[in-house]
Design a protein around this ligand. Structure first.
Ligand SMILES: O=P(O)(O)OP(=O)(O)OP(=O)(O)OC[C@H]1O[C@@H](n2cnc3c(O)ncnc32)[C@H](O)[C@@H]1O
Ligand SMILES: [Ca+2]
Length: 537
């Protein structure tokens, strides 16, 4: 009995609240049927309000979660145009990327590489009026490829490299006139023209380094790295960059020891929340075209005769060079002399070892005031990590079939070069009839030059760490232009992009939960609305 009593009191307390309402209604003297319909009406009226309120709240929550997670959902593409005004030629690159994924890496695509017909822009010193015709074809292509409504927001940059650096040293006014003409021409288009300028050698090296590491996803990997101590391994993760142009060459990498005292300021970058200390150096006059002129100038001074037996060209190959062209140049003028001939006849002998010996003379390595040097007494820390080699490194080694990862030692390259250089020009010329003669005639020289330069940098026992590359992951070409644009459009943030507010499972669970609440509330609301007569009885 006792147990029954206590269970009765428990029941009372459980429903006590309802009873108090009813009791208070009864105590006011209302008949019980009347009290019942008041409750039903109260529920009918306020229940709908409560359900409506819950419905709106759930709807807001659902929208809030959806919007926070997927800000800017519709794909919105952006474009950027960069002209690489090199010493040997100009190329216009068009990049395209999704505006929503702007802070992610590896998401920029090169949709066009338009080769401008003709020489580099520095050749227009005495005919600047021809610049509009020179650039117009590629600009027309840009107008075709980029949707019209995007033109006004598409930035256009032109960066000039070593050819213009040399011209500026020779004649600053000429260089200015060329840039002014380029500026006024590019400004006449409906795009958002930003800048036409000569970039420094350090910028060229650094932007090349950013480009390849961006495209290889080396900067992105940092994002996923949770262990801050992995910062110590930065150099193992990023690739060094080797760029060989026509008039200058750049080497850029994260040295093993960044605390060594350096006469050259290391570059500091903060990308995606990580610091990088990068060594970069640009050697003006050591691009492959200028290096050939340097070699010919030196040879002419050392053996002044109208005919030069040249081991860097195939046997049977001949070429005439104007002495004035050879020495009217910032890179070679220190060798200028009076010669009893005004033309130089080059006759190839195709001897790789002799060619290499002569090329080594271009790289004085005997004096060094620092802990380590490359050549000309220039400080350089020991090479470290993997390297991506592009531009003429790639063109030359590709032609010679030496870009494969199976080529793991310098000896393999030497063997190939010995054999290739000794091939008679006639045979080479007929075998590769479709290759431009300027390039074909110089692959023996340029292959030997690439090998010598890499030896001077101390890659002899490090060959397998060099990766010759052109287009990376089918996205874009290796070169400085992409890094330049990423920087100028602030596409690489210094800090890690904010992570999504919810993890994927949380996001899905929240969406499902709110949708369920919405559905239940909706169903209940409809029932109450349609049965309101019952509640009002
Ligand atoms: O960086 P700078 O020094 O200003 O020069 P650039 O930008 O004009 O230099 P490139 O990398 O375009 O070319 C480097 C060299 O490679 C040569 N070159 C370009 N395309 C080539 C190809 O398909 N095959 C062989 N050589 C090529 C070109 O003539 C240059 O001597
Ligand atoms: Ca270049």
């Amino acid at each position: 009995m006792k147990r029954d009593c206590s269970s009765g009191s428990q029941k009372r307390s459980a429903f006590g609240a309802g009873r108090i309402v009813l009791a208070s209604l009864a105590s006011h003297g209302f008949p019980s049927g009347y009290q019942d319909s008041r409750v039903k009406r109260f529920l009918s009226k306020n229940g709908l309000v409560i359900l409506g309120f819950t419905f709106i709240l759930s709807l807001i929550a659902l929208l809030a979660v959806g919007l926070t997670q997927n800000k800017n959902t519709p794909e919105n593409f952006k474009f950027g145009i960069v002209f690489d005004a090199g010493s040997s030629h100009t190329t216009m690159y068009i990049y395209k990327w999704s505006a929503e994924k702007v802070n992610d890496t590896g998401l920029v695509y090169e949709i066009e590489a338009c080769k401008v017909k003709g020489p580099g822009i520095s050749a227009f010193a005495s005919n600047v009026q021809d610049i509009p015709v020179y650039l117009s074809k590629c600009m027309g292509r840009a107008k075709e490829l980029i949707p019209k409504y995007k033109h006004h927001q598409t930035p256009v940059y032109l960066g000039a490299t070593a050819g213009m650096r040399l011209l500026r040293m020779e004649n600053e006014q000429s260089a200015k006139r060329i840039l002014a003409s380029v500026t006024s021409f590019l400004n006449s288009y409906p795009f958002n023209f930003r800048d036409a300028r000569i970039i420094s050698g350090s910028e060229e090296g650094a932007y090349g380094w950013i480009t390849i590491n961006y495209l290889l996803g080396k900067l992105q990997k940092k994002q996923n790295s949770e262990d801050p101590s992995s910062r110590k391994n930065e150099s193992q993760e990023t690739y060094g960059a080797l760029d060989l142009g026509g008039a200058s060459t750049q080497i850029t990498f994260v040295p093993k020891d960044t605390n060594i005292s350096s006469p050259i300021k290391f570059m500091q970058f903060r990308l995606y929340g990580w610091n990088y200390t990068v060594y970069t150096y640009s050697f003006l006059c050591y691009g492959q075209d200028q290096a050939l002129l340097l070699k010919l100038a030196k040879d002419t001074v050392e053996t002044p005769s109208g005919t030069l037996l040249d081991p860097c060209f195939h046997p049977g190959y001949e070429r005439m060079v104007d002495i004035s062209d050879l020495f009217n140049n910032v890179c070679t003028r220190e060798y200028k002399d009076l010669f009893p001939f005004d033309k130089l006849r080059i006759q190839g002998t195709g001897d790789f070892l002799q060619c290499q010996e002569r090329l080594h003379n271009l790289f004085p390595t005997t004096y060094c005031r620092y802990t380590s040097c490359t050549f000309n007494g220039v400080f350089m820390p020991p090479v470290h990590g993997e390297f991506g080699a592009f531009s003429a490194y790639y063109y030359t080694m590709k032609f010679l079939n030496l870009t494969s990862d199976k080529v793991t030692s310098e000896d393999m390259v030497i063997e190939k070069m010995k054999q290739y250089c000794s091939r008679p020009w006639k045979e080479v010329n007929t075998t590769y009839a479709d290759v431009k003669e300027k390039y074909l005639s110089e692959y023996c020289f340029s292959g030997t030059y690439v090998l010598t330069l890499l030896q001077v940098y101390n890659f002899t026992d490090y060959w397998k760490h060099i990766h010759f590359m052109h287009k990376i992951n089918d996205n874009a070409e290796a070169g400085w232009t992409l890094g330049y644009m990423l920087n100028l459009t602030n596409m690489i943030p210094a800090e890690l992009p904010q992570p999504k507010p919810f993890s994927r499972p949380t996001y899905i669970s929240l969406m499902v939960a709110f949708s369920l609440v919405l559905a239940i509330v909706f169903i209940l609301g409809s029932i109450i609305f349609h049965k309101s007569s019952y509640f009002q009885k």
